[in-house]
Design a protein around this ligand. Structure first.
Ligand code: C2O
Ligand code: CU
Ligand code: CU
Length: 488
C-alpha cells in the first residue's frame, strides 16, 4: 500500500536540484549524480564499542576540527567526533552503565546531547551542559532504552544549527535480548547499514560555511547535495539478499520522503525508540529531522536500486522536502541468503490515553516575513521564545500526560522531547499510521494540524536542571522554538 501522502513525482525537480547546483558551483565536479552511476563507495562509520572499566562501558570522544574530502581535490573544513566529519557509531546494551568522556578540542564552546535516551538531566548534554574549550565532560548513565537506533549531536544554545551543519553528530546502536533473539540482518557494515542522511550547500571552492540568509533562517538551512555518512553520490555493494538500513535524518531542516526509484516495497521494523510490534510494508517513508527508522530491503532480484528523496512540492518559498538521489545499491552476482523477517517483533502495549492525568497544549508559531524575522527570532511555543533562565513546565515523575502539539503553520515542524520515548495518540484527529505507532521521541506535525502524544517521564528527577522540548528544524530551535521542563 502506498503510504506517502501528497507526493508528486516531479522528474524535473528530482534531477534538477543537483544539475542546477553545478551551474552555480562552477569548479566542483559533477558529483550530484542523478539516476544510477554514483561515484563513491558509501563510508561506513567506524563502530565504537568503548571499553569496559569496572563494569561501566566507557567511550572516549574528542570534538575536533578537521578537513574533509567530499570532492576529490577540494578541502572542506568540517567538525567531527574522533574524526573530521560526524562521529563513530557507538554501540551499547540495555541495562549496562555507560560513561562518555567528551573532550572539547574545537577551540570554542560546544555540548553533546544524547538524543532519544532516558537519562539524568545533568547527563543530557543540552544547552546547560556546556563543554568549554579544553575541558572534558564525563556523563554516566544506565541504558534504559530498548534496542534502537539513537544519536548524539551538539546542542549549544543558539549554535546548534551551525555546529551540526559542520558535522558534530553521530549514531548510537542499542542492543537488547529481544533484538538478539530475532533473526534480523545484523552484521554491521554488511547487511546492517548505518545511514546518516544530510544535505549541505557548498561554495565553488568546496567549503560549506554556515551562512544563513533570512530565507534559510525561516525555512531552515538546506543543501544542494545530499551526504550519506558524509559521502557525496554514494553507492553500496550488496552481498546479501536482505539489507537492514538504520536511517537517521541528521539534516538541519529537510524532511526526506524516502522511496526507491523502482517503487519496491520495504519492511519498516523500527522507529525512534525501537522495534515495532510487527513489520509494516511500505513503499515510502517520510523522515523528519531527528527521526530514525529501521527498514529491511530485499535485493534478491539482483537488480540495482536507487534510494531517493522525493519532493513534496510545497514549503516556504522552497521545498521542505527536497529531491535527491540518495544511495545506489549494487547487488553482487551471488547474494548470501537472508532469513525471512519475523512476523512479530517487540511487545508494545497499546497506549492507553485514560492513564493521562492532564493535558498540556503547545502552540508552535513562526514569524511572518516582517519584524520578528528581521531581528532573527520570532519562533515561539505558546507565544514565548526559548529562555534558558525560564522553566516552562514542571512534570511529576511517573505521571502520564497528554501533550497536544498544534502547528499554526505554514511549515511542518518535527517536535522533539528529551528524556523519554512517547506514543502518538492521534494526528489531525486520526490514529497514527502503523509506521508511527511505535516508540517515538520526535513527532512531525503538519501545518494546521494537531498531534496528541501520550508522554511520561519514568526515571529521573532534578528540580533545578531542565530538559528541552523543541522543533528539530535546527534553525527554528535556535530562533526560539524551544522550551524547558523539569521532572520532580
Ligand atoms: Cu536531537 Cu534537543 O535534540
Ligand atoms: Cu533530544
Ligand atoms: Cu520548526
Amino acid at each position: 500500500m502506498p503510504k506517502i501522502p501528497n507526493l508528486t513525482r516531479r522528474t524535473f525537480l528530482r534531477s534538477g536540484t543537483a544539475i542546477y547546483a553545478l551551474g552555480s558551483l562552477g569548479g566542483l565536479p559533477a558529483f550530484g549524480a542523478t539516476g544510477f552511476g554514483h561515484k563513491n563507495p558509501l563510508a561506513i562509520p567506524p563502530l565504537d564499542l568503548g571499553q569496559i572499566k569496572d563494569g561501566t562501558r566507557e567511550f572516549g570522544l574528542e570534538l575536533q576540527n578537521g578537513i574533509s574530502k567530499f570532492f576529490a581535490g577540494y578541502d572542506t573544513p568540517t567538525k567531527g567526533i574522533n574524526g573530521a566529519y560526524l562521529g563513530p557509531v557507538l554501540r551499547m546494551r540495555r541495562g549496562e552503565m555507560v560513561r562518555l568522556n567528551v573532550t572539547n578540542n574545537l577551540g570554542h564552546d560546544s555540548t553533546l546531547h544524547w538524543h532519544g535516551f532516558n537519562l539524568p538531566a545533568s547527563a543530557d548534554g543540552g544547552p546547560h551542559q556546556v563543554i568549554a574549550p579544553g575541558d572534558t565532560w564525563s556523563p554516566s548513565f544506565e541504558i534504559r532504552e530498548r534496542a534502537a537506533t539513537m544519536w548524539f549531536h551538539s546542542h549549544l544554545m543558539g549554535e546548534t544549527a551551525a555546529q551540526v551543519w559542520a558535522g558534530l553528530a553521530g549514531m548510537v546502536i542499542i542492543d537488547d535480548d529481544v533484538v538478539d533473539a530475532l533473526d534480523l540482518p545484523s552484521q554491521y557494515g554488511v547487511d546492517d547499514i548505518p545511514l546518516v542522511l544530510q544535505d549541505r550547500r557548498f561554495r565553488r571552492d568546496g567549503t560549506m560555511p554556515y551562512k544563513s540568509s533570512m530565507h534559510d533562517r525561516m525555512a531552515g538551512m538546506q543543501g544542494d547535495y545530499s551526504l550519506l555518512n558524509g559521502t557525496i553520490s554514494p553507492y553500496l555493494e550488496v552481498s546479501t539478499e536482505k539489507v537492514r538500513l538504520r536511517l537517521l535524518n541528521g539534516s538541519n531542516a529537510s524532511i526526506y520522503n524516502l522511496a526507491f526509484r523502482d517503487s519496491r516495497a520495504f519492511q519498516l521494523i523500527g522507529t525512534d525508540g525501537g522495534l515495532l510490534s510487527a513489520p509494516v510494508e511500505l513503499i515510502g517513508l517520510r523522515l523528519a529531522p531527528g527521526e530514525r527508522a529501521e527498514i529491511v530491503v530485499d535485493f534478491s532480484d539482483g537488480a540495482p536500486a536507487l534510494l531517493e528523496s522525493i519532493s513534496s512540492g510545497r514549503g516556504m518559498g522552497g521545498e521542505q522536502s527536497p529531491a535527491f538521489d540518495l544511495l545506489e545499491f549494487r547487488p553482487q552476482a551471488t547474494l548470501a541468503p537472508s532469513p525471512d523477517i519475523p512476523a512479530q517483533l517487540a511487545d508494545l502495549p497499546i497506549p492507553d490515553a485514560s492513564t493521562a492525568i492532564r493535558t498540556r497544549h503547545f502552540l508552535l508559531e513562526m514569524p511572518g516575513m516582517g519584524m520578528g524575522m528581521m531581528r532573527g527570532g520570532g519562533f515561539t511555543i505558546n507565544g514565548k521564545e526559548m529562555d534558558m533562565g525560564r522553566v516552562d513546565l514542571v512534570v511529576k515523575r511517573g505521571e502520564a500526560e497528554i501533550w497536544e502539539i498544534e502547528n499554526a503553520g505554514p511549515m511542518a515542524h518535527p517536535f522533539h522531547v528529551h528524556n523519554t520515548q512517547f506514543r502518538i495518540l492521534d494526528k489531525a484527529g486520526r490514529p497514527p499510521a502503523p509506521a508511527e505507532a511505535g516508540l517515538k521521541d520526535t513527532v512531525l506535525v503538519e501545518p494546521g494540524d494537531v498531534a496528541r502524544i501520550l508522554i511520561r517521564f519514568d526515571h529521573y528527577t532534578d528540580p533545578d536542571r531542565p530538559y528541552m522540548y523543541h522543533c528539530h528544524i535546527l534553525e527554528h530551535e535556535d530562533a526560539g522554538m524551544m522550551g524547558q521542563f523539569t521532572v520532580v
